[in-house]
Design a protein around this ligand. Structure first.
Ligand SMILES: Nc1ncnc2c1ncn2[C@@H]1O[C@H](COP(=O)(O)OP(=O)(O)OP(=O)(O)O)[C@@H](O)[C@H]1O
Ligand SMILES: [Mg+2]
Length: 273
């Protein structure tokens, strides 16, 4: 397998009241071509910061991120991002939002419109292209965000808690759609999530970060056959093992309140006793 992204000893300090607070400490991992990697870690540990650094939207204090050996120092044309809060332009229609990156790259209008319409069809939004973001649901907005990220034909798609701002039913539909898109497009996906079940359902590999400052706690391959079913004994067994591994980290953080819903859904309460 070819290495696509290298995150090497990435450390990030932020200034805080005349002090420097360390958010990420020497985080190192590789992502291979066409891999689906999930990054999981406690709330506030630095996941979004790490993703922004990988996207070239922020710089590490020390360390480096490389795409095929090339250091990322600014937003890279081959890396796209999907945001938790969609980040759509309210004054642009659905199709104009999807066209944004192509427009910025100077792609002529007929060509970019064609690409945007094809992608909107791919994410199931055909016929809605002339609506404005305020006229569509959260799930649809995230589909627009995904189509916009794909429009520039990136090699790597970064997703920051991409299913957290929609209801659980919509989130489940979006997860399976994203997995289909991943298989269809053969691109590399990196998803940040606080949801362990989501990570197991989607990832080839799970990168676990510790609480602040975030260090790499473990890097676990997921060998479960796809499509994965959350109710399958092998899924539940793996989930239980990973939960045990993370218990200490989770108990140390305020992620507990976020996980409560997951416990309720998947009978994890027993494991906490
Ligand atoms: N621009 C900034 N200036 C100062 N501190 C920042 C900045 N961005 C992030 N931080 C701090 O870095 C830490 C990590 O933030 P980050 O948003 O990366 O965490 P996270 O793991 O994504 O959290 P969540 O699970 O809530 O999304 C937080 O303590 C935050 O206050
Ligand atoms: Mg975040």
């Amino acid at each position: 397998m070819t290495v696509c992204l290298e995150v090497e000893k990435v450390t990030k300090h932020f200034p805080h009241r005349r002090e420097r607070v360390c958010t990420l400490h020497e985080v190192t991992f590789d992502v291979h071509d066409k891999e689906f990697v999930c990054i999981i870690g406690p709330s506030g540990c630095g996941k979004s910061t790490l993703l922004k650094i990988i996207a070239g939207l922020d710089a590490p204090s020390t360390g480096e991120v490389r795409l095929r050996g090339e250091s990322i120092e600014e937003p890279h044309p081959k890396i796209s991002m999907v945001f938790q809060s969609f980040a759509l332009f309210p004054w642009r229609t659905v199709v104009q939002n999807v066209e944004f990156g192509l427009e910025a790259r100077g792609v002529p209008r007929p060509q970019r419109r064609k690409i945007a319409l094809e992608l909107l069809e791919m994410v199931g939004l055909k016929g809605l292209e002339n609506l404005y973001p305020k006229e569509i649901s959260g799930g649809m907005k995230q589909r627009v965000g995904i189509a916009r990220a794909l429009a520039v034909d990136p090699e790597v798609i970064l997703m920051d808690e991409a299913f957290s701002a929609v209801d659980e039913f919509t989130a489940q539909v979006l997860r399976s759609e994203v997995l289909e898109l991943w298989e269809e497009t053969e691109k590399t996906f990196l998803l940040v999530t606080h949801n362990l079940t989501e990570a197991i359902e989607m990832a080839d590999r799970i990168i676990v970060l510790s609480s602040k400052p975030a260090r790499l706690k473990c890097n676990v391959p997921v060998h479960l056959k796809r499509p994965r079913n959350r109710g399958e004994p092998r899924f539940l067994k793996f989930q239980k093992e990973l939960f045990e591994l993370l218990r200490e980290e989770l108990e140390n953080t305020i992620v507990r309140h976020k996980l409560r819903a997951v416990h309720a859904h998947h009978g994890l309460e027993d494991m906490e006793k």
